[in-house]
Each structure stands twice: as C-alpha cells, then as structure tokens.
Design a protein around this ligand. Structure first.
Ligand SMILES: [Zn+2]
Ligand SMILES: [Zn+2]
Ligand SMILES: [Zn+2]
Length: 474
C-alpha cells in the first residue's frame, strides 16, 4: 500500500474500469485538476494557480475525463471513506498493478537497450562501410585502431560477379585491406577504364558481396561489443533468403501482366534495370537504365533514363499521330483475370518479404524492393477499379489536343501498354508496338477505322442523294 496509494490504483491506465469493478468506479473523490493532468486534494500546497476549481466526482467520471496523474505529496484527492468490501477490492488490485508496472518498466528498459544496441551497431556498420568502400579519407581515421585488431585475416567465399567460379572476399584487419579474388581471372570483379588508372572495384556494387564484406570487417571493429552481431549477424542470410524467396515465388507464379515497359539492352538483349536517381552529399545523380552484363569491350551499359523516355515518347507520339484514338483501343486493356491474379500475387509477395527480411530490412536495395511492391500493388488495385487505359491517363491523350502537340509525355504505364519491346543502344532506340504496321491489332484497328469511315461516307452519300432528289422534284 505504501508504494501504491489508492488514487494510483484507481486511476492507473494499466487497470481497466472492468477490473476496478462497479464498487470502486462509483467511489467519489474530491479533486482540483492541474493543467498538466496532475490532480490534487483541495488543501494541497502544490496546487498551481491555473488548477481548476474543486470538484467532486466518481472514479469512473474522473477516468473518463482523460489520463491523470495523482500528486505524490497529497495523494491526488480526498477520497470518500471506503467500505470494507471496497477496501478489500482495492487491496486485491495492488499486487496486480505492481506486477504490471514492473513489466512495463522492464519493457521500456528493453526497448531503450535495443535502441542503444542498434545505434552502436549502425555506427560500427558505417565504419565498416568506409573500409569496404576504401579510398576515402575516413579510412585514415580507422587506421588509428587497426594495430589492436587480431592479425588473422578473415575470408568468405562468394559466387564471382563475372563468372561461375567461386571468388574469395578477404579482409586483413591490421592493414584494413579488403580484397576480392577470382581463381579464373585476376581482372574479375574489377573494371579497368584506362590503363593508367587503378582498376576500379565493381564487386562491392553487387549488394550481397558488399554485405558479405561488411560481415567480415564489422565484427573485427566491434571486438567485445556484441551489438553488431546481435543486430546484423544474420543480415547476409536474411538478404539472400528474402531475394530467393521472392525469386521462387516469381518462378512459381509467372505473370503475363507487365507493369513497366520491356526495355532491353540493344547490345546484349539483357533487361535494362531502372536505377532511380539519388541526391546525396556527393551530389545529384540522374536516374538511369543500366545493363548488368559486362560486354565484349568489358564495359557496362547505362543510359540516362529521362533521355530514353523522351525518345520513346517521341516515337509513340509519331506512331499515334494520325490515329490518337488507337491509344484507347479496348484491345490494349489487359485481361481482368490477370490483373486480379497479379493483385493477389503482389499482396502475397509483400507478406513473404515482411516475414523473411529480418536483419536485412534496412538494406537499401530491399527498402527499394519493398517500396516498389507496395507501389505496384496500389497501381494494380487502381487498374482493377478503373481499367489500365484510364490509370495510364491514355483517354486524356486520345481525346485531348495530343495530335497537335509537338511532344507528349506518356506515363510509364502508358509506355508499357503501348509497347511490346524497346531496345536501347548508345546510337539508337527501337520501339516495337502492338500497333505497328502488319500486326493483328493494327489490321483490326485500321479495318474498324475504314469501316467507320465508309459508314459515314454512305450516310453522307444518302443525305446528298436525298437533297438532290428533292431539288429535282421542285
Ligand atoms: Zn498535491
Ligand atoms: Zn570470376
Ligand atoms: Zn547489355
């Protein structure tokens, strides 16, 4: 009773009104309510000038008025004398409340410890990142500690980023050197842009490799501190697990419904991945389409996204110039069943992702994957409700002043619906559309257009003949 005066028990949000019971809820108390939610007995010296006037109300009414805290000096109220049964009920609640208060404090302590642990782990992870990325002035700061580290090198085997061999990522704690070695060729994992320059490491840009390298470096920096291991110890596995769970799902649930254009590298035929632009302390980088295959000239291909999109739009605009209404041909609308299936699949992928991602949830690539899945699901939901053509804003194109506009910016979904495949090289962009001459859709739409025109002409002819006949009769 000493630790939990009656008002603490009566007003605690950790006990429900039901638990108090009608007997205690109807107990009357006389209080002055302070502006910060602290209640006082009317005579209390701690009552502030802004406190409300004295009032007498039941415990139930007081609790309904919002969360309150009883003053520690006066006990928070003058309480009506308790009957024997009320006193008994109150006493029975005290140990229950004390257990709950202790559990709540424990949970708070754990949360605080957890936050501190994640913060320490992040700091270590960031420092490890400087070492893995190398070359930065920040690595010089790390050298101050390196002679304390164990001398034993650490290593992990990974699939080579350039061939099928098993490459080794190594870390020398004393020299802070992170290395990549493929037994097939010493150039693998590196790109030599110019003979005079150091070869550029490409392997850290493959997300899993970088995570593996971090997991070699970070535990050395952490030493006795277990925060990194507890927070990120399973990150490589969680990353791989998430990626392969999503891949397995995709293999088992192939979809015919594309939500982004089929844009390909014109040099190797591989898909071009969209790399979203970034704005960071190092400056602004524009969004790009890039091919992840190394080509015969040992280079990767990458194209500025806005330029490619502009060119695609220009080609589509020209193709639709004489027939803007073709942009809303019902035949372009995807199959309803496919749309419904895609919505279900996306919802399932999101739940697979969430249950699998664990310690890898802050990995930038996965953050992006999660955001893309959510965005695709909301797009598919809109397609389900309004249709794809409307979602793609194509009616605006077909009915608007499009054919007179010198340029037109299509939405990404519009580019998807209006194209079959797009090939991009440095020199040219080739856009294949379902509306191209000779395609079944082109034949169908042109036939329909000609028939409509003939119907109109026949109607016009009839009108003219009737007029002529009328003239003859007069
Ligand atoms: Zn008081
Ligand atoms: Zn290799
Ligand atoms: Zn390519």
């Amino acid at each position: 009773m000493a630790q939990s005066p009656p008002m603490e028990v009566l007003c605690s949000p950790l006990l429900t009104l039901d638990e108090l019971g009608a007997g205690l809820a109807s107990l009357t108390v006389t209080v002055r309510m302070g502006s910060t939610g602290v209640t006082h007995a009317p005579h209390c010296r701690q009552v502030g000038k802004k406190a409300a006037a004295e009032q007498t109300l039941t415990v139930g009414e007081l609790r309904a008025a919002g969360q309150i805290r009883p003053c520690r000096t006066c006990g928070g109220a003058v309480i009506q004398k308790l009957s024997d049964s009320q006193a008994k009920q109150l006493n029975a609640l005290i140990p229950i409340l004390e257990t709950r208060v202790e559990a709540m404090r424990q949970a708070e302590r754990e949360q605080r410890a957890q936050r501190e642990r994640v913060h320490r782990a992040d700091t270590i992870d960031k420092r490890a990142g400087h070492i893995v990325d190398g070359g930065s002035w920040k690595i010089a700061a790390e050298r101050k500690y390196s002679d304390r580290y164990p001398a034993n090198p650490r290593a992990a085997v990974v699939p080579c980023s350039d061939c099928d061999a098993e490459a080794t990522i190594g870390f020398q704690p004393r020299s802070l050197e992170v290395t990549y070695a493929c037994p097939a060729a010493s150039t693998h994992g590196f790109l030599r842009l110019d003979d005079d320059e150091e070869p550029l490491a490409t392997w850290p840009h493959r997300q899993p490799n970088r995570l593996v390298a971090l997991s070699l470096v970070a535990p050395v920096l952490a030493g006795q501190d277990t925060s990194w291991a507890l927070t990120y110890g399973t990150r490589v596995d969680d990353y791989q697990g998430t990626i392969s769970a999503l891949e397995t799902f995709d293999q088992e649930h192939p979809t015919q419904l594309r939500l982004t254009p089929d844009i390909r590298c014109g040099d190797c035929g591989g898909p071009l991945n969209t790399w979203p632009g970034t704005t960071s302390e190092e400056g602004q980088h524009k969004a790009r389409y890039s091919c992840d295959n190394r080509h015969e000239d040992s280079r990767y291909r990458s194209h500025e996204k806005s330029r490619v999109d502009e060119e695609i739009d220009w080609i589509l605009h020209r193709r639709l110039h004489d027939h803007p209404s073709w942009a809303t041909a019902p035949e372009l609308e995807p199959d309803e069943q496919q749309v419904a299936t895609r919505a279900d699949d996306l919802a399932r992928k999101i739940s697979i992702f969430d249950s699998r991602v664990g310690a890898a949830k802050a990995v930038a690539e996965l953050v992006e994957t999660r955001a893309r899945l959510a965005q695709e699901l909301s797009q598919v939901t809109r397609i389900r409700e309004q249709g794809a053509l409307a979602t793609a804003e194509l009616p605006r194109y077909a009915s608007g002043p499009a054919s007179y506009a010198p340029r037109w910016e299509f939405t990404s979904l519009a580019r998807t619906l209006l194209t079959t495949r797009i090939d991009v090289t440095k020199q040219a962009i080739t856009v294949i559309t379902p509306l191209d001459d000779g395609t079944p859709l082109h034949r169908l739409l042109r036939t329909r257009e000609i028939q409509d025109e003939l119907t109109e002409l026949r109607h016009r002819q009839r009108t003219l003949e009737q007029e002529l006949a009328a003239l003859d009769r007069n």
